[in-house]
Design a protein around this ligand. Structure first.
Ligand SMILES: [Zn+2]
Length: 186
């Protein structure tokens, strides 16, 4: 899955948590959710040094594990404590869930580059795991090759799947916030 799908999947988790907890989403929270949602793919930055397709050797390894999701959750907890000055374990759980959402969607994404799948349970196991295909892959043959028709099609597919869900959640939260404001105004 590409950055558009991962970002929208992260927002789905964040807005879902807001709906369940009765909290109002914030711009900072949405930006943090989007950043967390794409963070496992920062392993592709190795392409800056080794180029494509060699970077695929390092992709889907250490940052695509539940251990990384736990570390991201801990990081979210610490940053929330430093920024907001309050300890909220829910922030850590949310960080873990958003990164796990990335792993889950990648698990159901077509993978045509070796190694296939993700090293989900490292350090307990080095095995790469891959599920049935639901989402299209993003081909990474070269820097210029990132902008090809296949990747455009994959991105449109992701937008068609997630945009209605995220839009409905955002609308639902907006109505709830407006209703709360009107009730408190008397
Ligand atoms: Zn990924």
């Amino acid at each position: 899955m590409g950055p558009a799908g991962h970002t929208l999947a992260g927002l789905t988790v964040y807005y879902g948590a807001c709906i369940c907890s009765g909290r109002t989403p914030t711009v900072t929270g949405s930006a943090a959710a989007a950043l967390l949602a794409v963070s496992p793919d920062f392993d592709l930055l190795t392409a800056v040094w080794v180029g494509f397709p060699a970077a695929n050797r390092y992709h889907h390894s250490y940052t695509h594990t539940f251990a990384f999701a736990m570390a991201a959750g801990m990081g979210t907890l610490v940053i929330h404590r430093l920024v907001r000055g309050a300890f909220r374990w829910q922030a850590g759980v949310l960080g873990f869930l958003i990164v796990s959402g990335h792993l889950l969607t990648d698990f159901f994404t077509r993978d045509t580059g070796y190694p296939y799948g993700q090293m989900l349970f490292w350090p307990l196991s080095d095995r790469y795991l891959l599920g049935p295909v639901v989402f299209l892959d993003i081909a990474k043959p070269s820097w210029s090759g990132l902008l090809d028709m296949h990747n455009l099609k994959a991105t449109i597919h992701e937008l068609l799947l997630f945009t209605p869900v995220v839009s409905w959640m955002a609308f639902h939260l907006h109505v709830k916030t407006r209703t709360k404001m009107l009730e408190s105004a008397g």
